[in-house]
Design a protein around this ligand. Sequence first.
Ligand code: SF4
Length: 451
Amino acid sequence: MGGVLPHAGSNPALPAIKKYMTTKTKIKDKFHIWTVGCQMNVADSQRVDVGLKRLGLNEEKNIEDADIVVLNTCVVRQSAEDTATGLLGRLAKQKKRKSTFICVTGCMVESTTKTLAERFPQVDLWAKPQDTPKIIENIADFLNLSSDGCVENLIPEKSKYAEFVPIVQGCDKFCTFCVIPYRRGRETSKPLQQISDEINQLVLNGAKEVTLLGQNVDSYGHDLNPKKDLSDLMHSIHDISELQRIRFLTSHPNDMSIKLINTINELPKVCKCINLPFQAGSNRILANMRRGYTRDQFLRKIDQIRQIIPDVTLTTDLIVGFPGETDQDFNDSIELLNIVNFDKVHVAAYSERKGTFAFRQIQDDVPINIKRERLNEVNKLQDKIQNDLNSKYLGNNYEVLIEGKNREKFYGRTEGDKLVYVENLSEDFLGEIVKTKIIDFSPYSLVAEKI
Ligand code: SF4
């Protein structure tokens, strides 16, 4: 990935800050990392957090009290981008008040930051996604600290029970609506050994489950020499003895091979849970999205998966209101939802993303009220489907990895990624896989008791 591009505006401030610090009147040591978007951003932020703590800085919960602010941004939806730009407005005032150092990373950072730097002169550092070492180094420099030993192997000293591990960055697919290939670049896989070492360390630090992350995780390894694939990686990390569960996110229908489906079925630690986005149910819209498959091909892939893994849990992503989507096109999506009965659907209304093919070439012609109606219809249908699916869990036994406690309730997930609140537990069960019996359900979660 590319390098960090410090904004010229940061440099004049540096000598003043260093002088300020050497007077020992006040140490600037409070940082805040603000994160939106996908799990990839969450994982990236976690690594920035580790590096900043190694510099000796302290996490500050309130952004307005922080001396160093890192915004990890997302531009997949307009609302996420608007929130980040709104925050930058507030931070400009904060900077005037207390010389806050502002770094922006994530997908908002374009290949050239010139336009952004002109628009947001308050930003000291524009860092492309995954430029974690450079973020740490620049902040260390700003604070007149040494970053030696602070940027390698950025693994948290205490793991969460379920951790996210980026394994492949970027995407080569160039769907017409998606900005990811322009912001995160072409697919670049981490070496298998590096991932294995990282997971070993996470497990030593307490992790029980890892989710392997990629915008298109199924294409992992094709760019490595010698070539590897996701099955190879799953086999390799399956041997890590204390690791109990392996998940992976997000798949592409064209790259989910029979070999991979068989591996998921055969390896006991790999969760039988697949997120397979279909994005649209109409062939015409799929072609305009350049998804590279037809509706029938997608449905055949679902059949293949279910034949090999009968108890698989399937989730998906769907866009409504893509340019030119007629009532009939939308009904094709609804029909597909009814055919497959997904356990969860991440649905979004289409919004134009600057720089994409759709933004340049296709008019965003579906009115916002129609998009909202379609969103509501999908959510309503999906609530019903999920309620029906979850009702079948009632009275049955499932193993749940207990991940945490929220408002006095312990929660965790089944192998199929169902959120379960488990009654009659104590803190001793945190991080343990417990046997439970399902006693209640809703479209969104299950309630269980330990057995
Ligand atoms: S496959 Fe996913 S990440 Fe890649 S361009 Fe298409 S929507 Fe974007």
